[in-house]
Ligand binder design. Structure first.
Ligand SMILES: Cc1cc2nc3c(=O)[nH]c(=O)nc-3n(C[C@H](O)[C@H](O)[C@H](O)COP(=O)(O)OP(=O)(O)OC[C@H]3O[C@@H](n4cnc5c(N)ncnc54)[C@H](O)[C@@H]3O)c2cc1C
Length: 447
């Protein structure tokens, strides 16, 4: 057994050995759940292998705390904690998303209406800086700004090598009741009532079409009259339109969308009987990463998570139905549990909502995907909404820093990666991800 300390030392020495002639990105065992982009420069970058950081080090049943390495997948984590009738306070709903990726990227699920994202339930990170320093970061210690800023900065501030986070009691089964609404107004009233009373263990929903809104209200139960899982021929999101209620074993509940949230393949029942066991989001992403250069643009589905302030939902949906009109959508209420340091002061000063709705669009195939990424992004800026940076982003640098907090980002960057070995956040997520280089962008200025 290699100890955690030995793994960290190996990373530091591997890190020091690298010549850093090009920016570095991380390599781990599981597939990345960033949306594959054909020209993303990350594919050609020098790699730092953090693949062996995938162990759970402690499950403390007394204090409801877990300590684990970043490459632990949510599937492995839930399998380990449920043996003690415990679960993490946020479980990203695809089996192979890792806890490190959830913190450095994003995480949203049906407990988010109570607990926010996975990072909101973390207590401590160990971070290795680009200079090979090992920092312990908590919300209270001298590294508190680093603790807050590593979330959503896509590995551009350092490597998270260890995480300490909260666990909570769980039961063996989840009962889900599906409430159907025909207007957005009634749907919102129901969401708001559950948000205020915090009476459910889980809340999310599927907007099947304008006029068909399903709210999935989940609660832990000790017993179940029957159970279903959605690992083979059944399609979870579709079941929410047909069923009144359902029972799932707790791990099956968490990973009910693992075959694709609203984008399940194969679509034909016969093909699902034959191949359904073999396919998952994980295999689809692996395929898309390998063949990204030859897959036609229109065959790469538009995938985008939008965080809409609750009060702006009507305006957004009215616009969306007219300009995009793609259904179903996944709807996940998300509580803003903290005035996040990574959001700009300007943005926060205008923010009145305590609840956001993550409206997730998965699997839209259109002739010109970039057009749709572009118009969605513009609308979000107009209504004071945020998108996760996992897909194609068109923000100009100026626009970007009106949403993300440049001052806090630069403060931490100067401390953890002064030579910009991991790339800077705007560059990584908006420029390099589209295959553009700084020189390319500056060229028109010199012409
Ligand atoms: C089709 C699809 C469906 C999705 N469904 C869901 C869902 O149901 N629920 C949900 O919450 N999210 C969902 N996501 C979003 C996903 O959770 C995020 O993209 C998440 O950041 C992916 O984590 P990962 O483990 O795959 O890490 P990666 O994609 O490998 O990494 C994400 C980013 O974090 C960085 N990073 C990874 N590990 C570390 C580390 N140890 N230290 C520092 N930086 C690190 C990487 O460099 C990268 O920039 C979905 C995404 C897609 C494409």
């Amino acid at each position: 057994m290699v100890s955690h300390e030995e793994k960290v030392s190996r990373i530091i020495s591997q890190f020091k050995k690298n010549k850093h002639t090009s920016p570095i990105s991380l390599e781990k065992k599981t597939v990345s759940h960033l949306v594959p982009k054909a020209k993303d420069k990350k594919y050609a970058e020098e790699k730092l292998d953090i693949g062996d950081l995938d162990e759970i080090l402690l499950i403390d049943k007394e204090n409801l705390i877990c300590i684990a390495e970043p490459g632990v997948t949510f599937e492995k984590l839930v399998a380990a904690t449920i043996k003690h009738d415990l679960v993490p306070a946020e479980v990203s709903e695809l089996k192979t998303i890792t806890i490190g990726g959830a913190v450095a990227g994003c995480s949203i699920e049906s407990m988010s209406y109570k607990y926010g994202g996975f990072h909101d339930n973390c207590l401590e990170y160990e971070v290795v800086t680009a200079k090979g320093e090992v920092l312990v970061c908590t919300p209270e210690n001298e590294n508190k700004l680093i603790f807050q800023m590593v979330h959503g900065t896509f590995g551009t501030l350092g490597i998270i090598t260890l995480l300490k986070f909260r666990l909570m009691p769980a039961k063996k089964y989840v009962k889900i009741t599906y409430h159907k609404y025909s207007t957005l107004k009634d749907y919102k009233v129901a969401i708001w009532a559950h948000y205020k009373s915090q009476d459910l263990d889980f809340m999310d929903g599927i907007i099947h079409s304008p006029g068909k809104y399903v709210l999935s209200a989940g609660e832990f139960v000790d017993e179940a009259p029957y159970t279903h899982n959605y690992d083979w021929t059944r399609i979870y999101f579709a079941s929410t339109a047909k069923r009144k209620e359902d029972y799932l074993k707790t791990p099956d509940y968490y990973f009910r969308y693992n075959k694709g949230v609203t984008n399940v393949h194969p679509q034909s029942f016969i093909l699902r009987i034959l191949f359904g066991r073999l396919t998952s989001s994980n295999s689809a992403l692996r395929f898309a990463n390998i063949f990204r250069r030859i897959i036609p643009k229109q065959a790469m589905p538009v995938t985008v998570d939008t965080f809409i302030p609750f009060s702006k939902m009507d305006e957004f949906m009215e616009w969306y139905e007219k300009e995009v009109d793609q259904f179903p959508l996944w709807c996940v209420p998300y509580k803003v549990v903290h005035r996040y340091e990574w959001i700009s002061d300007e943005f926060l000063s205008k923010l009145r909502d305590e609840l956001f709705l993550d409206i997730a669009l998965y699997g839209m195939r259109r002739k010109n995907p970039e057009y749709y990424y572009g118009i969605i992004e513009k609308k979000l800026m107009e209504i004071g909404a945020i998108k996760t940076l996992i897909s194609t982003n068109f923000y100009t640098e100026e626009e970007f820093w009106t949403v993300w907090n440049k001052e806090n980002y630069i403060t931490v960057k100067n401390r953890t990666d002064p030579d910009n070995i991991f790339r800077e956040l705007y560059d990584r997520t908006c420029r390099a991800a589209r295959g553009l280089s700084l020189i390319f962008l500056l060229m028109p200025l010199y012409l």
